[in-house]
Design a protein around this ligand. Structure first.
Ligand SMILES: *Cc1c(COP(=O)(O)O)cnc(C)c1O
Length: 396
């Protein structure tokens, strides 16, 4: 064993997440520890908390939970679902489909609404499922399906559910910060995001927004089911943070430094709406560039496409592993392949957080073009750059 270890770190990572992070976040994460029971740290946590409420557009406190986003998503099921509860689960991709198993694990009777993984679920399909199952307690869905780069209509789904008294669990891990989210206005109940996608920080934290209805239900479900209330999965210990500024566990201090730096970047840019617009612009530029190059997008229609990642259908004669290998080894750009059924059929380029930048989108297009040319599949790189240029400079 060598005495030191350094992995191959790509010059630029535009994967489906994590991606290369903001240099300012990287720097903050190298700071020395401050004790978490000091006034300074509690002040920092309060300021992170205020920023998170602005990010989700909620008056409630958002929980900064240590543990990758999957933890926040499992917490939602553990605290909101009782055995026998009817839960509608929308599956328009890999994460949506996987969540049905989590819900079943907590005893839910799951009603699956499944669509092909190159499109999104329509509000009509949601209404139909809820009409057929008026006893539904919870509806779960993924806002932005990162593995296939599609996006579900979060606003209309949350509004519909609120009107019917159905609680929503939303996996917005790659949505918050990249696509609009208005937690209170849309009547959402639980929205989970991660720090490593559109926020441009590192993986390892779940940010969980809860409505008052979700808090009430969590208290009841934990009591009725006899689930271990002090479990790390329980929302209830977090009341100490919400009610009296006392964090229940040792927070991941370096990750909190990084998160604060990421939230400051949003603030400096003018707020989350401006950051979302940057993500939209980059997504439009990426799509326009891919099309102009002569390649096809994976998702069936622009209005179903995510802002944080673009999936590109691979031509028959191009091998996925070879293409990504050349992009990385020759040009220093790491992108993602497809997952599950989509493996080998597409590549995905993440434009989220730090990588949601015109400069990086244009480099990704040119690197992709160069690698395609290397593989004897010529594409029109000049047209791609011109199309991306037009999309980033278009007045909104
Ligand atoms: C990245 C991602 C996750 C998983 O997040 P982790 O932090 O890796 O647990 C879940 N859902 C979606 C939609 C994602 O993009």
């Amino acid at each position: 064993m060598p005495s030191s270890f350094r992995p191959h770190i790509p010059e630029l990572m535009m994967a489906s997440g994590p991606c290369s992070i903001y240099p300012r976040v990287l720097e903050a994460m190298g700071w020395q520890m401050v004790h978490h029971r000091t006034d300074d740290f509690v002040d920092l946590m309060r300021s992170v908390s205020d920023d998170l409420s602005k990010l989700f557009k909620t008056a409630n406190r958002v929980l900064p939970v240590e543990g990758e986003s999957i933890l926040g998503l499992e917490m939602a099921a553990c605290n909101l679902v009782e055995p026998g509860d009817v839960c509608v689960n929308l599956a328009s991709g890999y994460y949506g489909a996987g969540y049905a198993k989590v819900l079943r694990g907590y005893g839910a009777e799951v009603v699956d609404v499944t669509v092909p993984y190159d499109t999104s679920v329509s509000i009509e399909q949601v209404r139909l499922a809820l009409d057929r199952h008026p006893e539904t307690k919870v509806l779960a869905f993924v806002h932005s399906e990162t593995p296939s780069a599609s996006e579900n209509p979060m606003e209309s789904i949350c509004r519909e559910c609120r009107e019917r008294g159905v609680l929503t669990i939303v996996d917005s891990v790659s949505g918050v910060g990249g696509s609009p989210v208005r937690f209170d206005e849309w009547g959402c109940d639980v929205v989970v995001t991660g720090t490593q996608k559109c926020l441009g920080s590192t993986p390892g934290m779940s940010l969980v927004a809860l409505s008052d209805r979700a808090w009430e239900r969590a208290a009841r479900v934990m009591k009725d089911t006899g689930r271990y209330e002090r479990s790390y999965l329980s929302f209830l210990p977090w009341r100490q943070w919400v009610d009296r500024d006392y964090v229940p566990y040792t927070p991941p201090i370096s990750a909190i430094y990084g998160l604060k730096a990421a939230l400051d970047i949003i603030d400096d840019e003018g707020g989350v709406d401006d950051v979302v617009r940057r993500h939209e612009r980059c997504a439009r530029a990426m799509r326009a560039g891919v099309r102009a190059m002569g390649l096809e997008l994976w998702v069936d229609a622009d209005e179903h496409m995510a802002n944080s990642v673009t999936a590109i259908r691979l031509p028959e004669d191009v091998d996925d592993a070879q293409l990504r290998g050349i992009m990385d080894s020759r040009y220093g750009l790491h992108v993602s392949g497809g997952l599950g059924e989509e493996a080998g059929r597409l590549i995905r380029v993440g434009h989220m957080g730090y990588t949601a930048s015109a400069q990086k989108v244009v480099s990704a297009l040119t690197v992709l073009g160069a690698a395609m040319i290397d593989l004897d599949h010529p594409v029109d790189v000049t047209a791609a750059v011109a199309a991306a240029n037009a999309a980033v400079s278009a007045v909104e």
